[in-house]
Design a protein around this ligand. Structure first.
Ligand SMILES: [Zn+2]
Length: 166
């Protein structure tokens, strides 16, 4: 089953070549994740190339994976993740760039967004109490934060895979 999960994730990658998807290193835990259904937005840093990462979300048309590149080492001040809206202290959020799908991406067109530097949004939305390092959106519960993460991740995926704006 593990091999199947890995193959499905690689074939779901929407914004990189087949070769790049094949060469991507998946952390061990990702291979163990149940994909049917995938209730969470999963993200990870490539364990062999920390500047690279990926997001995986179950959209209306099935699994979609987005390959990301960290554009910075991390924000120098406290910042909020655009996907899960968790506020982190300095370094906890990083700017990531996702190449657009298809011809636009091959010509260098990309979409940038600030996301939890470890891409572990699914874990961060489950944090019940704010800590010094990590502050969830005040006045929300875990279910609301998970739903919000999913909604914003799908919107981000649509921007990356959709037709160029303008
Ligand atoms: Zn996040």
């Amino acid at each position: 089953m593990t091999g199947t999960t890995e193959a499905r994730i690689r074939s779901a990658m929407a914004n990189c070549s087949r070769g790049e998807a094949r060469r991507m290193t998946l952390p061990g835990w990702v291979r163990e994740v149940g994909l049917d259904p995938l209730d969470d937005v999963l993200g990870w840093r490539d364990p062999r190339s920390s500047g690279r990462g990926a997001l995986l979300v179950d959209g209306a048309d099935g699994l979609v994976g987005i390959a990301l590149r960290a554009a910075t080492g991390g924000a120098r001040a406290a910042a909020m993740c655009a996907l899960c809206r968790t506020t982190h202290t300095a370094g906890g959020v990083a700017l990531f760039a996702a190449a657009r799908s298809g011809a636009a991406g091959r010509q260098g067109d990309s979409v940038g967004t600030y996301v939890c530097a470890d891409l572990a949004c699914a874990r961060h939305v489950r944090v019940e109490k704010a800590t010094v390092a990590l502050r969830p959106v005040p006045g929300t519960d875990v279910a609301q934060r998970r739903a919000g993460l999913r909604e914003r991740a799908l919107a981000f995926v649509a921007t990356v895979t959709g037709p160029p704006v303008g």
